[in-house]
Design a protein around this ligand. Structure first.
Ligand SMILES: NC(=O)c1ccc[n+]([C@@H]2O[C@H](COP(=O)([O-])OP(=O)(O)OC[C@H]3O[C@@H](n4cnc5c(N)ncnc54)[C@H](O)[C@@H]3O)[C@@H](O)[C@H]2O)c1
Length: 277
């Protein structure tokens, strides 16, 4: 196509054809969410359901922390699969079951993660390897299984991987060296996969949350009573983040509203990465 005014008219024609509300909807889609029996993953699964997506929820816990079946009142189908993202054979079987149960896989959110908070010199091999195994290998192979399905289906897809702001800025009052390395790996993986999977119409982005009030950080607060104050005073916005603060951005990245967004990391940290007092 020559670069003349009719070329501009052709490529520009779609800007009014779908409203923002239509673009951001996920009706008819199937979203797989790992680490979603509780915490951030659960909220992101709920967000996808609110946008009209059917949702397959994966986690190691015996059952989700809330009644996910009641979400079907939103007009979507929800199913829980108890599985460990580090057990590749079982994980492969679960992805195959999801395709059989739902028909297709359009989106994947990887939220399964574990943290280790202790001085660098005290980190031991096995506990450090576990962090890398869950946070990096688990994410890597969930993205692989999801994108293999998307490639076969030939309709593209969207993958959102939960990284962490720990990969961008030293987190005050915490020692999380191996965790930080694992989340840096996710940010880098996002870029590599965005390029490699672009030819299949598969977009890959990551989200890097700051302090988000979940069991993960409440456990740390129980060990160090000053931490809650740190989480509520260090972010320039002056409060700890909530799971609800992540729902919108992840829903957007999954949706057609983000059709030209791939390989990016979105920081959701109340301004912490800008520098703090
Ligand atoms: N809470 C925060 O402040 C914060 C900040 C930045 C990033 N994150 C990241 O967000 C994600 C969710 O964290 P959260 O705060 O909701 O923590 P959480 O501990 O409440 O939830 C993590 C979930 O992952 C599941 N999980 C752990 N290992 C698994 C495995 N091998 N296979 C399948 N599921 C597994 C757990 O059972 C749990 O349900 C994690 O990747 C975490 O690193 C959290």
């Amino acid at each position: 196509m020559a670069a003349n005014s009719s070329a501009l008219e052709t490529v520009d024609a779609d800007y009014k054809s779908r409203s923002i509300l239509d673009l951001i909807g996920l009706k008819g889609k199937v979203t797989v969410v790992t680490g979603a029996a509780r915490g951030i993953g659960l909220a992101l699964a709920r967000g996808a359901a609110e946008l009209g997506s059917d949702v397959a929820i994966l986690d190691t816990l015996p059952e989700p922390s809330e009644d996910i079946k009641s979400w079907e009142q939103l007009g979507v189908h929800i199913k829980y699969y108890r599985t460990d993202v580090t057990q590749l054979d079982k994980l492969t079987e679960v992805f195959s079951n999801i395709r059989a149960d739902f028909g297709h896989i359009d989106n994947c959110i990887t939220a399964a993660g574990v943290v280790l908070d202790k001085p660098f010199h005290d980190h031991e091999w096995n506990e450090s390897a576990k962090v890398l195994n869950v946070n990096v290998m688990g994410t890597f192979f969930c993205a692989q299984l999801a994108s293999k399905a998307m490639k076969e289906q030939k309709k593209g897809g969207s993958i959102v991987m939960i990284a962490s702001n720990a990969a961008n800025v030293a987190i005050p009052s915490r020692n999380m060296s191996i965790y930080t390395a694992s989340k840096g790996a996710i940010q880098s993986l996002t870029k590599a996969l965005a390029v490699e999977l672009a030819e299949y119409g598969i977009r890959v982005n990551s989200v890097s949350p700051g302090f988000i009030a979940t069991e993960m950080i409440m456990e740390a607060c129980r060990k160090d009573s000053d931490l809650w104050n740190v989480f509520n005073s260090k972010p320039p916005l002056g409060r700890v983040g909530t799971r609800g603060d992540l729902k919108g951005i992840v829903g957007y990245l999954l949706s057609d509203a983000a059709a030209y967004t791939t390989g990016t990391d979105v920081v959701v940290d109340g301004g912490l990465a800008c520098g703090h007092n």
